[in-house]
Design a protein around this ligand. Structure first.
Ligand SMILES: NC(=O)c1ccc[n+]([C@@H]2O[C@H](COP(=O)([O-])OP(=O)(O)OC[C@H]3O[C@@H](n4cnc5c(N)ncnc54)[C@H](O)[C@@H]3O)[C@@H](O)[C@H]2O)c1
Length: 453
């Protein structure tokens, strides 16, 4: 099938490459000419495991093309996916202007019977509004508008697309249902369930799913705080909870507060939609507030552990591992607060480009070890695999102080302590080496140990 995808971001690129892999002929359009020019040379502007390889192989197979001229590609397409951004506005609502602009621009060019499919995350009722907008612009009602929310995660986008738990399609007429079922037939044949429902339900499913996952994260973070107060260990507690099949172990890792391009924005939009429609979502309101407060509280924890004008090494600035995405990452709240407190911040991330563009005042290093050299406090903020394998003895030797704050609980506390480090996980007892390392950081270590976590 001939398909056009509007938007060449994380979702648009993954959708385009995966649909091409399923055998469709895909043209991916973006309004950013530099982005399109790079993609035409098979240069992928984002880091996503396996994506560059998949794009390049599908381009070679001539099933995937890039253009900035949507008007030319759209008339031949049976399906046009809209995967443009839907950022938050100041009130917490999503800004639908990119979706509306893209729909308005393509409306006159859609073939009769074509289906415009909203893949962007949009509030309930948007597909129906876009249908009215498109009909008005065309002065006829011969195309359909459907919803097909995307559940992929940055860092495992291709796997999530091709091996989804389910595909959700929102369809208000049989023509769009038939078309979407045809597009996804290679995946449904392989056993992936497809949920077909009205557009308004599909739009609500996306928000409700993200709100529930974010609640799990917020909940385990609160449990981690309680573990610290009571001398418990959140890893053991999460393990015990997660083995209950009614709950499941996913999204039960305590951390520095959720970030990324979806959870913060989608929870805000969910809460704001509830407020506007007289159906408040108090759990989500509290979650949003607590998540932001957590990032600030952890920054204060670092400040308390470091000597005045001390040096802090930050390991990991992406909002999670395997992505260079930094939208609403904990690092973007924590690092500016450390700098404001007069601390020197040295950082490392295996994919630092996104963070380097938005964080000023940080000294960047090409390796974790170099970032930690002469640091008083080292803070592990992102769960990159390479940090799991850190040589803790060398790290301890390189540092001036001895405090290792592991805000992802990925370092073995015993090994850190044996290496001479003063280990702070989240939701776990502080573990001190038998002999606290001497140096400028040592006094701070003891101060931190005395202060409440
Ligand atoms: N990133 C994720 O993990 C993820 C997961 C699920 C859903 N979503 C949702 O998918 C949507 C897209 O997210 P993203 O992260 O890919 O966004 P993004 O910001 O990475 O990419 C959006 C792209 O759309 C382009 N664009 C804007 N207007 C256009 C137009 N009229 N025609 C063609 N291109 C246009 C922009 O230039 C940009 O390259 C959002 O609604 C988001 O909430 C994102």
């Amino acid at each position: 099938m001939k398909i056009v995808v509007l938007g060449a971001g994380y979702v648009g690129l993954t959708t385009s490459a995966c649909l091409a892999q399923l055998g469709h002929h895909v043209t991916c359009c973006d309004i950013d000419p530099a982005r399109v020019a790079a993609l035409q040379r098979a240069e992928v502007p984002i880091y996503e495991p396996g994506l560059a390889e998949l794009i390049s192989s599908q381009m070679q197979a001539k099933r995937l093309h890039f253009t900035s001229d949507a008007d030319e590609a759209v008339p031949a397409a049976a399906a046009v996916f809209l995967a443009v951004g839907t950022p938050s506005n100041e009130a917490g609502d999503i800004d639908l202007s990119y979706v509306e602009a893209a729909a308005t621009a393509v409306a006159p060019h859609l073939a009769q019977g074509a289906v415009l499919i909203l893949k962007s995350t949009v509030v309930a009722g948007t597909a129906r509004r876009i249908k009215t907008l498109v009909d008005t612009r065309r002065r006829r009602t011969d195309v359909s508008v459907a919803s097909n929310p995307e559940f992929l995660r940055e860092g495992s986008a291709i796997e999530d697309f091709l091996h989804a738990d389910r595909i959700v399609i929102g369809v208000d007429d049989s023509a769009s249902e038939t078309l979407l079922r045809t597009i996804y037939r290679p995946l449904t044949r392989a056993g992936i369930p497809l949920v077909a429902t009205a557009t308004v339900n599909a739009e609500l499913i996306k928000y409700a799913a993200n709100a529930l996952l974010a609640l799990k994260i917020g909940f385990i973070n609160d449990v981690a705080d309680l573990c610290e107060a009571l001398g418990g260990d959140v890893l053991a507690v999460a393990d015990g909870i997660g083995r209950d099949r009614r709950i499941g172990s996913a999204f039960l890792a305590a951390g520095p507060g959720f970030g990324g391009s979806c959870f913060p924005k989608d929870t805000r939009a969910f809460a704001s939609t509830g407020r506007r429609h007289g159906s408040p979502q108090p759990l989500i309101e509290v979650l949003i507030e607590g998540n932001e407060a957590r990032k600030r509280a952890l920054a204060q924890r670092i400040i308390n552990a470091a000597p005045r004008n001390g040096r802090v090494a930050i390991l990991g600035t992406s909002f999670k591992a395997n992505t260079d995405g930094v939208r609403e990452a904990a690092s973007l709240t924590i690092i500016p607060l450390l700098l404001e407190a007069g601390l020197e911040v040295h950082a490392h991330d295996p994919q630092p480009d996104g963070a380097r563009r938005v964080l000023s005042g940080v000294r960047w290093h090409g390796s974790a070890l170099n970032a930690c050299r002469d640091a008083d406090v080292a803070v592990l903020l992102t769960e990159w695999d390479e940090y799991r394998a850190l040589d803790l003895k060398r790290l301890a030797q390189a540092m001036r102080g001895a405090v290792l704050m592991d805000f992802r609980n990925i370092i073995a506390a015993d090994q850190a302590v044996r290496a001479g480090l003063h280990y702070h996980g989240l939701g776990r007892a502080v573990r001190r080496p038998l002999e606290v390392k001497r140096g400028q950081g040592a006094a701070a270590d003891l101060r931190a140990a005395a202060s409440p976590a």
